[in-house]
Ligand binder design. Structure first.
Ligand code: FES
Length: 89
């Protein structure tokens, strides 16, 4: 299990998501709403910033932004290993 903290303007929630699980699905199972659309990596509606723990995520399309925060698509990114992850919605 990875310990995943979701943060946002009105959000600060910690949950656990199993290794191998798609992050979008793991969030939904824990009552955390991430905007989404296609659910196969085409529309970018589910993109989030990973503030911490990028090494614990399997991401097919990592996109570093200007401030070196990594952006992932949660519908096609999986938990890679146990550890701590912080995601900004
Ligand atoms: S829901 Fe469309 S890219 Fe993730």
């Amino acid at each position: 299990m990875a310990k995943v903290r979701f943060v946002g303007s009105n959000l600060n929630k910690v949950t656990e998501i199993k290794v191998g699980k798609i992050i979008l699905e793991g969030a939904e199972e824990n009552g955390i709403d991430i905007p989404n659309g296609c659910r196969y990596g085409a529309c970018y509606a589910c993109s989030v910033e990973v503030i911490k723990g990028i090494e614990n995520i399997d991401f097919p399309n990592l996109k570093p932004s200007k401030n070196k925060i990594m952006t992932i698509l949660t519908c096609i990114s999986k938990i890679k290993k146990n550890g701590e992850i912080v995601i900004k919605l």
